[in-house]
Write a protein that binds this ligand. Structure first.
Ligand SMILES: Nc1ncnc2c1ncn2[C@@H]1O[C@H](COP(=O)(O)OP(=O)(O)OP(=O)(O)O)[C@@H](O)[C@H]1O
Ligand SMILES: [Mg+2]
Length: 380
């Protein structure tokens, strides 16, 4: 399903203190497939969320640090040890109520949390991924941004600067509306915002060009050759073919929409308004895809993300599968696990029951029982 290579990254152990419903746990992991089994509401997803935080993205559920902090506690900590490209790493995340958490990689404090992606990358599959197809454009932008961001801290940097600039620009639009600021100030802002927007656009389009063939091939095999998946980027303003004109294109779009923007007090054009469009057999998936097709599209995009990360890093990400095994038919399930296993990808899977796992693979996996925020190795 994805390119041939071998994973060289592994989390050897994790320690959680006051994280969600975990008071304090420390567990060693298996280098291959790890399964967390337990009833609903016991802490399985919480654990995957903690592992995903190690790659420097925010929570996959979009939770804030204050949400992840155990109730009535004043700090949470996540520590992990592992290997990346066969070199040991230690990660220490500490949140104690301030605006940003303190992040250390190998004892060095990082200014930017997303620099953690140097050590660990993760791709997470969860039931919420269905929203990728039918949800709002922001879901698909988030997918793109996380995917590109993991392979490029520089992209995260530009994205953050752009988002901040847009927030400030919106505030300026409000002040102009109230006659507290002038158009000349807006001209100055637009000069600042435009190059950031164009940079984001270029990176997104380049990434889609890379990811689309993977996603297409994977979807094609999931549908047994019957259907084709296409991905295209929809910009919120007209773009010429030649990238050299994009800066002018964006500035023109800002000028054209200016009066409307002042009335509405929001920036209406730019990468924060764009979309990733998905098509099956040339029809827009958002409008026509069935439940099963939506699941296959989401799965194809995530598997393509694994391939994309491998392409850039020559290293697979750690794969987190939250409750998705039962969504796949037995044949696909086994295929996916075998593919990951053969490439020595470290995988963390949550499930409420073990029926979904092929008996032949059980001996290659490590099992953990999750109950009321406690976690221990088990053999059944
Ligand atoms: N900040 C927090 N502090 C303490 N407990 C929390 C916090 N946030 C969530 N919880 C608790 O964590 C539990 C949910 O954990 P989680 O989402 O990991 O469940 P799960 O095992 O994945 O269940 P399911 O199988 O239903 O998906 C709930 O009992 C919830 O009350
Ligand atoms: Mg869960």
């Amino acid at each position: 399903m994805f390119p041939w290579g071998r994973a060289l990254v592994e989390i050897k152990s994790i320690e959680l203190v006051h994280f969600r419903n975990y008071e304090q746990v420390k567990v060693p992991f298996h280098r291959g497939i790890n399964i967390f089994v337990g009833s609903n509401g016991q802490g399985k997803t919480n654990l995957l969320e903690a592992i995903a935080l190690l790659s420097g993205n925010g929570s996959h559920r979009d939770a804030k640090d204050t949400d992840m902090l155990s109730w009535q506690k004043d700090f949470y900590r996540i520590k992990a040890e592992g290997l990346t490209f066969n070199h040991p790493f230690q990660i220490d995340l500490l949140y104690s109520g301030e605006k940003r958490k303190k992040v250390q990689l190998n004892g060095r404090t990082l200014k930017r949390i997303y620099d953690l992606s140097e050590a660990v990358n993760t791709v997470i599959f969860s039931p919420e991924d269905l929203a990728l197809v039918k949800g709002s454009p922001s879901e698909r932008r988030r997918f793109l941004d996380r995917e590109i961001g993991q392979t490029s801290p520089a992209y995260c940097d530009v994205l953050q600067r752009y988002q901040k600039a847009i927030t400030q620009r919106n505030a300026l639009l409000r002040r102009i509306r109230q006659k507290e600021a002038t158009m000349a100030e807006l001209d100055l802002w637009d000069e600042q915002v435009a190059p950031l927007a164009v940079e984001l656009l270029q990176r997104r389009l380049d990434s889609i060009a890379k990811i689309a063939p993977y996603a297409r091939q994977i979807y094609n095999s999931l549908s047994e050759g019957k259907e084709e998946l296409d991905l295209t980027y929809r910009s919120s303003f007209p773009l010429q073919y030649d990238r050299n004109y994009w800066l002018d294109d964006y500035k023109k779009a800002l000028r054209d929409r200016r009066s409307e923007e002042i009335i509405r007090q929001v920036t209406l054009v730019g990468p924060h308004r764009d979309d990733l469009q998905l098509y099956i057999n040339k029809r827009e998936a958002k409008l026509y895809a069935s439940q099963g097709q939506q699941r296959s599209i989401a799965l194809s995009l995530k598997l393509a993300e694994i391939a994309f990360i491998y392409y850039f890093r020559k290293e697979y990400p750690i794969v987190l599968l939250d409750d998705v095994m039962s969504e796949l038919d037995p044949q696909r399930r086994e295929q996916l696990l075998k593919d990951l296993h053969r490439r020595q990808v470290q995988v963390f899977i949550t499930t409420t029951h073990l029926r979904a796992f092929p008996a032949t693979m059980m001996k290659e996996m490590a099992l953990f029982r999750v109950q009321e925020g406690r976690l221990w190795p088990t053999s059944e």
